[in-house]
Design a binder for this molecule. Structure first.
Ligand code: HEM
Length: 125
């Protein structure tokens, strides 16, 4: 186990995470059916997103919250989905990395997932 410290580490982590996500019975459908994700396009965005979030490098340009509203409109993104998302993310981080940055990857994801779950719920009212 090693600390999470490079772009290569992030790429590895994100690849492993989406590998799990795609096969997941609860949330896989969002990525394979609700949105037919173009992985060649999506994965580099996610590498950039996490590099910006963890290492403060301004490589991600986008609005992560906004992207999820149209998905939520097609199929409700419920708390249980976010819980699973977070469970898979935490598992993938902890299986592969240790240290401060790994902890930060988990806690930042939790904060965003909580906020996102709340915003998606409000949008459905
Ligand atoms: C149930 C939970 C979630 C589901 C089902 C979900 C699903 C998706 C899908 C289908 C896309 C679109 C991919 C595309 O357009 O090809 C996407 C994009 C994205 N998601 Fe999520 N997501 C979830 C939670 C999260 C969380 C918690 C975060 C952040 C920690 C996040 C960050 C992102 C980002 C950064 C993008 C790319 C935005 C852009 O295009 O700039 N997602 N997500």
């Amino acid at each position: 186990m090693k600390p999470l410290e490079t772009r290569t580490d992030i790429e590895f982590l994100v690849n492993r995470f989406y590998h799990k996500v795609r096969a997941d019975e609860k949330i896989g459908i969002f990525f394979t059916e609700i949105v037919k994700v173009n992985w060649e396009f999506h994965l580099p965005k996610m590498y950039n997103f996490w590099e910006t979030l963890l290492f403060g490098k301004a490589v991600y340009k986008g609005n992560p919250m906004a992207v999820h509203f149209p998905i939520n409109a097609k199929k409700a993104m419920e708390k249980e989905h976010f819980n699973r998302w977070l469970e898979l993310w935490t598992k993938t981080v902890e299986e592969n990395f240790t240290g401060k940055m790994a902890k930060s990857a988990v806690s930042k994801a939790k904060n965003i997932a909580d906020l996102m779950a709340f915003k998606m719920e409000i949008a459905r009212r």
